[in-house]
Design a protein around this ligand. Structure first.
Ligand SMILES: [Zn+2]
Length: 179
């Protein structure tokens, strides 16, 4: 498990262990949403927004099929947009977005622009890429999200990978059999 706060610019990020007591339970809630997305015919990804005390505020599954084969309808970007409409910057700075797989560059950008202060993810993009390959619907964009956040002007804390074996199970056999 890696954890660090991305600084606004340059230099090595300080390594801190910032796992909170409720992080695993909320990440598993994101896993449940990913399962429900898969069962509904969407891609197996899910995200949860929680406040600074670990209270879930919003849930979001992947929206690929639900949004009409929208290849940009990732759970994290949909959730970041909903969060930005519902909460102000001061509130979102205290919130955590839990997500079944590491946010891609697009979603990390959406999380940054929404102003969500913390991200906890299950599976790394690198591990996801090994599972999806170059699937037409999900040619995984393998860029660590902390690189995107580190280029920003407000800090975003990242915790992950966490419960990575469980996170990988969500993808099992999905991409090989997805036509
Ligand atoms: Zn994404």
């Amino acid at each position: 498990m890696l954890s660090f706060m991305s600084p606004p610019a340059g230099d090595e990020p300080p390594m801190t262990s910032s796992l909170r007591p409720y992080d695993e339970a909320l990440l598993r809630l994101a896993f449940d949403l990913a399962k429900r997305s898969r069962e509904a015919g969407d891609h197996p990804f899910g995200s949860v927004l929680a406040d600074g005390e670990g209270k879930p505020l919003m849930e979001q599954g992947n929206g690929y099929s639900a949004a009409g084969n929208d290849r940009t309808a990732h759970a994290e970007s949909l959730l970041a947009s909903r969060a930005a409409r519902a909460y102000d910057l001061a509130d979102l700075a205290k919130c955590t977005l839990y997500t079944s797989a590491e946010p891609c560059a697009m979603c990390a950008g959406a999380i940054y622009w929404a102003g969500i202060g913390r991200v906890v993810y299950g599976l790394t993009e690198k591990a996801l890429k090994a599972l999806t390959g170059a699937h037409e619907e999900n040619p995984t964009l393998d860029l660590p999200c902390d690189i995107v956040f580190a280029a920003g002007q407000r800090a975003t804390e990242v915790v992950g990978p966490l419960l990575e074996d469980e996170a990988a199970q969500l993808q099992a056999d999905f991409w090989r059999t997805r036509g």
